[in-house]
Ligand binder design. Sequence first.
Ligand code: ZN
Length: 294
Amino acid sequence: MLRTALITAWALLLLPLGVGAEEKLSALIVDGQNNHAVWPQTTEMMKKYLEETGLFTVDVARTAPQGTDANFEPEFAKYDVVVSNYNGAPWPQATQDALIEYVQGGGGFVVVHAANNAFGDWAEYNRMIGLGGWGGRTEKTGPYVYYNEQGKLVRDEKPGSGGHHGPQHPFVIVVRDQEHPITRGMPSAWMHAQDELYDMLRGPGENMHVLATAFASPEKGGTGRHEPMIFTIDYGKGRVFHTPMGHAEYSMECTGFIATLQRGTEWAATGKVTQELPKDFPNADEVKSRKAAP
Ligand code: ZN
């Protein structure tokens, strides 16, 4: 606490002089278990994407490869934002409590793809991430939330399981809010690289703001509805940025995914976005990717 108090005091002294602006934001990626075997690479990619902005320093906290890791107790409070690439066994109770306390107290949290499959019976986690899939989620977890053809958010309380996707394919992201810092300046529609299009996501969906959706085409095994693809949740004093995109390395090579992650993480950390959109941001017709280093 003393350290926090000192940092706060310094920030107050330095920010008006503009000196504090040189201090980077600190991000922590949590991983260690995931049903997506590519996770060590996707963590490296996300670390690189965040560092490339020049805004972040990035640490990684990794659990044991299986089971509840009794020694997994990252110091969330040291960071401006925590990014989850974790989908595995429950964390120790103290670590669960620490994450909730951290975000409720004003910390930032970022949920990427299968991180929304994790912890299906952890009620506070579901409140924090808004929506999730699999992990035993049903109507008891919350409604299935989607956009209808009229562009209205629907909360469907009908019974059913949560989380589904058809075969992977490239798909169009439709921006629903072009004023939000994360999506500002994005074209109203842009092509996302090959990915799983998560549909039927369920959860409390409280204090949730959908910034972009994707149409889950029945021809591609989808629901025929517009599924949330970029959204935020206000959780206590904290900000949560959530994207169900990012199944594989080729999905994360999409320049639209990269910019969304970079901006969403900055927003979760500070409530602002200072980054311009990259010149190679996709348009509505064409996937744009940057090959990850081998
Ligand atoms: Zn996946």
